[in-house]
Design a protein around this ligand. Structure first.
Ligand SMILES: Nc1nc2c(c(=O)[nH]1)N[C@H]1C(S)=C(S)[C@@H](COP(=O)(O)O)O[C@H]1N2
Ligand SMILES: [Mo]
Length: 259
């Protein structure tokens, strides 16, 4: 689990440390010219290759998160954070099984949209079985189904100036609405979906009904539940307190929570 939680820059520092260690061997001999010796050159270039490989692994933002099989599903997929949004409005939506719930697609788009859950379910769907890692130290494997976010952004005609997608939620914690955001690399990633189904059934309220984000390369708090809107923006400066998410604004959770 500690590997999962290690901030990116520490991983990079560690990768750099390996290279430094490989390079340190010949330096112990105290001879400058020795780095020209073929064996030493080989060690040095091995270090460089390792560095490049680890950089590539760390930087490959398009890589897919691991997918599992139904045999791997967690018997219980627990809920965290809000388990039931407060208020009469959400209760009324739940009572009608979210028949009138809408998702607003707004901001830097050519065609703002207001999507119903029927619209969401009518789009091409992706199903993926992935592991959810919460920063608080638990993980669970679940199956998620919904349209790729990229399809929705394509339908709305997201403008070139858009650099981030903001996810608006229905639930309040301490009187502020939960929200999250990601950059366009994650927004367009094939495993970034808006899930309305979990483990082959309609998404339970505790897990974010009627619609929640799955952003599989990042930690749990990025996976915004109870979605009411997605907004394309050029800057996060004037969203919330400017750090890109409810917890990022309040405690030192990283905005880029890559796993
Ligand atoms: N709207 C909203 N989204 C949220 C949260 C929340 O409190 N409100 N909690 C986050 C955290 S910390 C985690 S680990 C996951 C938990 O998802 P789950 O309830 O399906 O386990 O949702 C994330 N998304
Ligand atoms: Mo979490």
């Amino acid at each position: 689990m500690s590997g999962v939680l290690l901030p990116r820059r520490q991983l990079i520092a560690r990768a750099g440390g390996l290279v430094a260690a490989a390079g340190a061997l010949p330096l112990l001999s105290g001879c400058d010219a020795i780095s020209e010796a073929p064996a030493v050159r080989k060690i040095l270039s091995m270090g460089e290759e390792m560095n490049r490989a680890s950089q590539r692994a760390l930087m490959d933002r398009d890589a897919l998160a691991r997918e599992f099989t139904r045999a791997d599903l967690s018997p219980v997929f627990r809920s965290n954070g809000t388990k039931l949004p407060d208020g009469a409005a959400y209760a009324a939506h739940a009572a009608t099984r979210f028949a009138d719930w809408r998702i607003a697609v707004s901001g830097l788009v050519a065609r703002p949209l207001s999507l119903s859950m029927a619209d969401i379910r009518a789009m091409p769907q992706r199903t993926q079985i992935t592991r959810h890692d919460c920063v608080e130290g638990w993980s669970a494997i679940g199956e998620w189904t919904g349209p790729q976010l990229r399809r929705i952004l394509e339908a709305a005609g997201v403008k070139d100036r858009a650099r981030y997608i903001v996810f608006r939620c229905a639930d309040r914690i301490d009187d502020a609405l939960y929200y999250e955001s990601c950059d366009m690399v994650d927004a367009l990633h094939p495993q970034t979906i808006l899930a309305w189904a979990m483990n082959g059934a309609v998404l339970p309220i505790a897990n974010g009904a009627p619609l929640r984000l799955r952003i599989e390369r990042q930690l749990g708090y990025k996976h915004a539940k109870y979605l009411t809107g997605i907004e394309a923006v050029a800057s996060l400066d004037h969203i919330g307190a400017g750090k890109g998410g409810f917890w990022e604004d309040r405690i030192d959770y990283e905005w880029y929570a890559g796993i």
